[in-house]
Design a protein. Sequence first.
Lengths: 257, 175
Amino acid sequence: MNCAETQELIHGYLDSELDLVTSLDVQRHLQQCATCMQAYKNHRIVQAALRTSGLYAEAPPTLRERIRALTRDEMESESPAPAKAEPLAHRRPWQVLAVAASLALVAVTAWVLARATSSRPGGLLAQETISSHVRSLMAEHLTDVASSDQHTVKPWFTGKLDFSPQVKDLASQGFPLVGGRLDYLNDRPVAALVYRHRQHIINLFVWPEAEQPSAPEKMVSRQGYHLLHWAAGGMNYGAVSDLNEAELREFAYAFQQ
Amino acid sequence: MGKPQELSPFEEIVLPHLSAAYNLARWLTCNDTDAEDLAQEACMRALKFFGSFHGTNGRAWLLAIVRNTWYTRLQKCRVEEAGTPFEEEIHSGSHPSPDSAALLIAAEDRELVRQALEGLPVEFREVVVLRELEGLSYRDISEIAQIPVGTVMSRLARGRRQLQAQMAARMQEKD
């Protein structure tokens, strides 16, 4: 090993990045060459200086606290939150997603319901109604009443609908309530109960159905969205979300208890 | 506030490296306020992209985000306005090493060492910081800075040579 090679490898040697054989070669050269040894000593001096001059900038405690709080804020919107009496804060990231999701949800719902209730009159009228509803959605209208408290959402529908939808608190199962909305499907006003699971919005449409007191579940998928339709206790339920099928079924199951 | 104090995977894997993130941020931006902003922004981006992190080296991953965030956003550092640009051509190659004794004395002056490091061009400075202050391997540095390992070595070499020369020069100025 000569001086030129050593000068190149000296940094790897300083940083213990050389393999054993090469490192021994360098060491041997240093022991025999005063110039290279001098250079090596100087590098060591600077290395030590950098490590002991208090140059490492520790994160200030205020920064740490702020980031921890921000992180928890974000994480909270991904995990089940305990039911609160006050309405949710409005600046949640998933709300933006929800608007986009709602647009597609209504489109899917319209298609599915048209199929599911094709015997009922007014299919075309439902389409028109949905179009005007989509326009109202574009003004970011996910909920009329934004609250995670079922005792706030349920009474809100009184006087607005000719039926009283059951509103359940599913936060402990991972599906916190976001709020409620008046919607129109198949030419009649329906209740839209809005739930959330992680970052996905679930619209649960509820309306009375006299003809079929109960019907088996039907899962339909379109453009990445799933609709699960069931009837129970004289009511129709349509749960729509971009959640995967398994989790949508979990939601339905939780609601059906 | 009644919330469970269990740590999420993000808090366990990434947040312990906040100081590393801040340290790199501080040496990239050269001031405390910008460093805090940069570290915070990087942490929030890390949280957002945590789903795509499948490795085990949370520190290197977070530092890569710090560096990447900085290069695409903030790029203002005092050194670009600092006095004479260092004429590396004169000082590279086989010029004699400074006197060890003088260097030792210079090394004891913390402020002098700090200024010497701040005086490095940022491409050298970041590699020196990651190596000497953060103790990262060449491979980790290469991933964080997105450069081949050979470039890590050559930037380290040039950074270290400049540091030596700067320290010796500033020492002489003091006399």
